[in-house]
Design a protein around this ligand. Structure first.
Ligand SMILES: N[C@@H](CCC(=O)N[C@@H](CS)C(=O)NCC(=O)O)C(=O)O
Length: 150
């Protein structure tokens, strides 16, 4: 199959990639809303120009906001690599079954990581979510590296 066909919705694997990539990107974007609603409700800001009222209280450290920010940062460390490697993986023309499992495992593990981080669930729950997602991306990367340098 030509590269142009691989990167089109005629290719079932590309359709799967588009679906899972969009779902996990929306999840990552949701983290901004999660942090923002705490900021608004508790009137905690990040910039001096945002302060309305008590300056002392406006800059206090809030454990829920900090947890949400760490969770968001962890998404940003892991989801963009999945988006890049996953797209290159589509170009290796994997089977539908193999691609489905790679994408599905990554996305489920990232949702699980978020639940484990925000709840919080006892460790090693969060570490497991992180590690399984990372394995899915590394496995796709190995496929790309094998095919990309022939
Ligand atoms: N940047 C991460 C690298 C390692 C990592 O992603 N660990 C996972 C599993 S323990 C995690 O959820 N880390 C917490 C975090 O990034 O805030 C860190 O500093 O912890």
């Amino acid at each position: 199959m030509a590269a142009s066909s691989l990167l089109s919705f005629e290719n079932e694997v590309f359709g799967l990639y588009a679906w899972y990539a969009t779902a996990v990107t929306l999840k990552m974007m949701f983290m901004s809303l999660y942090v923002s609603q705490y900021r608004l409700r508790r009137r905690i800001v990040v910039n001096p120009e945002d302060v309305r009222g008590d300056k002392e209280k406006a800059f206090r450290i809030d454990p829920d906001i900090e947890r949400g920010r760490r969770c968001h940062r962890n998404d940003m460390e892991n989801i963009p690599p999945f988006l890049v490697v996953g797209l290159l993986y589509v170009l290796t023309a994997p089977t539908v079954s193999s691609a489905t499992w790679h994408f599905r495992i990554f996305v489920i593990s990232r949702f699980f990581h978020t639940v484990a981080y925000l709840t919080p669930l006892p460790q090693p729950s969060r570490a497991l979510g992180y590690f399984v997602g990372m394995c899915a991306t590394v496995s796709m990367a190995i496929n790309v590296l094998k095919i990309g340098h022939m």
